[in-house]
Ligand binder design. Structure first.
Ligand SMILES: Nc1ncnc2c1ncn2[C@@H]1O[C@H](COP(=O)(O)OP(=O)(O)OP(=O)(O)O)[C@@H](O)[C@H]1O
Ligand SMILES: [Mg+2]
Length: 419
């Protein structure tokens, strides 16, 4: 089921305005045939706009889109012939599953026998053959989404566009469908552009990720590249660096930078940071280790004007007060408070309880010190999940667990990581 193969799709300085507002700003992107690319970014960053521009549902304000040597942004959607899966399924409620899936083929004038054969094959792929006669309303959300996927792939499109296809599903079904989508991609070799605001989904599904911020491309690369070397603090925030603090670089020493502010002082790897300039330190929760749980409350704290680290005899240690502990099976997700008042997120196998005063340490090579322009600082501040302590953790390795307001002893359910 792989008609209309192409070598590459190319977006050349694609712009889209709504009134005065530039929602897509010179998007350049080349996608190879057979690739699975995820567009990742928060709500309102322009993901659906980009997808709709590619599908032909929205005209471009400037720029062009090419399929190999053919310019396609001037073609109407039906002449592009891409498969589209929408967030809300968009199935015909009065048509059976079979008729929904076959709709696109009938519109294209494909004969009855051929339509029947291809619909059957598509339903087999999404494992829904026994539901062919049902109406969408008689199916679960996950089954409806599989119908929508079957409908998109049955036309054998050169390109499948998926806009947050799993966001309406519950956590377990989301994981199942994610595997399903990846399996279909591997089996059919379909080129896929997949829109999501969920970094975990993007990392697990895509060959390459494109991170967007306010319509501007921030970084393009493999999951590994983005995870290991995020280009800026914004991308880092999407790649699991849940602790992002505004600081000032107080000293540079070759590859490393000392940064202070927000009640902390840390040494980390310099990523475009310069002495005397504002910066953002980024640290993953799992990179902290608890070195001392016996610190009495109120002592050993670092403050903004505390002595240099060297004088304290321990690089990258922070004294924090534990506020909230979530049980995640082998590990705990801990929300702690820095002396300056900022929240610090930690994942640790150490057993901590609310009210504990502890010292944590992070290796220099796990601390990234990014240059902060005002826009970056504002964007970081705007991402509530990175700074607001009360909204759960949303870590890369599982659904947010219930908040345990006390030690984990006796917690029965084992919420270990998703596969
Ligand atoms: N038809 C429209 N008229 C005016 N503004 C629009 C229109 N469609 C989208 N926008 C604006 O363009 C920006 C990008 O919207 P878009 O739907 O592409 O975001 P998104 O990244 O898909 O967000 P979400 O994750 O919430 O779906 C938003 O600020 C939105 O308000
Ligand atoms: Mg959208």
């Amino acid at each position: 089921m792989t008609g209309g193969r192409f070598d590459h799709l190319r977006l050349d300085k694609v712009c889209r305005r709504f009134g005065e507002r530039l929602v897509l700003d010179s998007l350049d992107l080349q996608i190879a045939g057979g690739e699975f690319v995820a567009l990742l970014g928060p709500s309102g960053c322009g993901k659906s706009t980009a997808l709709n521009c590619i599908a032909g549902l929205l005209p471009l304000s400037a720029g062009s889109i090419w399929l190999d040597e053919r310019r396609i942004d001037t073609l109407p959607p039906e002449r592009r012939g891409f498969g589209m899966v929408f967030q809300n399924y968009a199935l015909f409620p009065h048509l059976s599953v079979r008729a929904n899936v076959g709709f696109g083929l009938r519109m294209r004038g494909v004969g009855r026998a051929e339509t029947r054969r291809r619909v059957h094959q598509a339903l087999e792929l999404v494992q829904l053959t026994e539901y062919a006669a049902r109406l969408p309303g008689q199916l679960s959300g996950g089954q409806q989404q599989r119908v929508a996927i079957a409908r998109a792939i049955v036309i054998e499109p050169p390109l499948v566009l998926m806009d947050e296809p799993l966001s309406n599903l519950d956590a377990a079904l989301r994981l199942e469908m994610r595997t399903e989508i990846r399996r279909l991609h591997q089996e059919l070799g379909l080129t896929t552009i997949y829109v999501t605001h969920d970094q975990e989904e993007a990392l697990s599904l895509a060959d390459r990720l494109v991170v967007l911020r306010e319509g501007v491309e921030q970084q393009v690369g493999t999951p590994e590249e983005l995870y290991r070397a995020p280009a800026n603090a914004y991308v880092a925030g999407f790649m699991g660096y849940r602790n992002l603090f505004p600081v000032t670089v107080t000293a540079m020493h070759g590859e490393t930078a000392t940064a202070a502010g927000s009640g902390i002082e840390l040494v980390g790897l310099a990523r475009g940071a310069a002495e005397g300039k504002p910066a953002i330190v980024a640290i993953r929760p799992e990179d902290f280790s608890v070195v001392d749980t016996a610190v009495p409350p109120g002592s050993g704290r670092l403050t903004a004007d505390s002595a240099p680290l060297a004088a304290q005899g321990g690089a990258n240690t922070l004294a924090v007060d534990v506020e909230v502990v979530e049980y995640h099976g082998r590990e705990q997700a801990v929300l702690a408070r820095l002396p300056g008042g900022l929240p610090l997120r930690i994942r640790t196998v150490a057993r901590l309880a609310p009210g504990d005063a502890v010292t944590v340490r992070v290796p220099i090579e796990q601390v990234l010190v990014f240059a902060a322009d005002t826009a970056t600082a504002e964007a970081v501040a705007e991402l509530p999940e990175f700074t607001v302590p009360s909204d759960g953790f949303g870590d890369l390795d599982g659904p947010p667990a219930g908040v345990a307001a006390g030690p984990p002893a006796g917690a029965a359910d084992n919420r270990t990581a998703a596969p």
